[in-house]
Design a protein around this ligand. Structure first.
Ligand SMILES: C[S@@+](CC[C@H](N)C(=O)[O-])C[C@H]1O[C@@H](n2cnc3c(N)ncnc32)[C@H](O)[C@@H]1O
Length: 263
């Protein structure tokens, strides 16, 4: 082990600070330096010690101001300097979060690393939108897929498996690709009427939730003016409305209260 430093790869959850684990909050409070993603909210960052250095290394679709290799090197360098580093990531570090790559680089460099799981977007958004991810007799399997491939290569997903009518498909990073994803699923046998829920800014006060179907989702998301981060839920379970407003029609956009919308 080099030096005395350590890196905590911490899942910050999907946005609502109350969805962080006690362990995440406790370890964040011990950090000398916080290396954080773009989707980690100011409220969560405020849980770091006042004395901690805050280093944003956030990426957004198509824009990576600090390349991943540089983030890896930065983490190694900070820990080699004897610092306690909180590497704070949205959701869970090991779900579409490149936490595995960072942990590998740290391990190669002989740095002590500990991973603290976080509530992933699928769980947080589904809970807040009141949709079950699995449901007895309706959805017997659950798949998390990426809607975005490395270097913008074409998506190469297991379309036949994802078209299984008893599978709930959760699409991360699919905002720009949802038209193609829906077309592939329909071409592989998924019904065009399959319910879809799109959740933007899930678990935050400004959360927006759109209920539609596979045939219309690409148009509806644009018409609703939804923006990243968006997570899509595709499957019969997404059509089960548990909220008291369950009488509403299939196509419905739930707007946040006006005071919650970001300026
Ligand atoms: C790079 S991935 C990171 C996923 C993260 N590690 C997790 O476990 O949730 C970013 C994608 O996660 C989803 N996402 C993250 N936070 C979200 C939120 N608050 N509301 C909706 N989707 C979210 C979106 O699909 C977004 O494009």
């Amino acid at each position: 082990m080099k030096g005395n430093g350590k890196v905590f790869l911490i899942g910050a959850g999907p946005g609502d600070p109350e969805l962080m684990t006690l362990k995440a909050v406790r370890l964040l409070g011990t950090a000398d330096v916080v290396v954080h993603d773009r989707l980690v909210s100011a409220e969560i960052l405020a849980l770091a010690p006042r004395t901690a250095a805050m280093l944003p290394v956030g990426k957004e679709p198509g824009r990576h101001p600090v390349p991943q290799e540089e983030i890896n090197r930065l983490l190694v360098r900070l820990a080699e300097g004897g610092l306690t580093v909180a590497r704070l990531k949205g959701g869970d570090p090991f779900i579409f979060g490149r936490g595995g790559e960072e942990a590998l680089e740290l391990a190669k460099a002989g740095i002590d690393v500990e991973v603290v799981p976080g509530i992933t977007a699928a769980q947080g958004c589904a809970a807040r939108a009141m949709l079950p991810l699995t449901h007895r007799g309706v959805a017997t399997s659950l798949r998390f897929v990426t809607g975005h491939c490395r270097n913008d290569e074409p998506l190469d997903l297991d379309w036949a498996g994802l078209a299984d009518p008893r599978t709930t498909v959760v699409v991360y990073m699919g905002y720009g690709q949802i038209a193609g994803i829906a077309a592939h699923l329909i071409a592989h046998g998924r019904a065009p009427t399959t319910p879809v829920v799109a959740v933007a800014d899930g678990t935050l006060p400004e959360q927006r939730t759109l209920r539609c179907d596979l045939a219309s989702v690409a148009n509806e998301v644009v018409a609703a003016g939804m923006n990243n981060p968006v997570t899509f839920f595709i499957g019969e379970a997404a059509g089960i409305e548990l909220a008291p407003a369950a009488v509403a029609p299939r196509l419905r956009l739930v707007e946040p209260p006006a005071e919650a919308v970001r300026a």
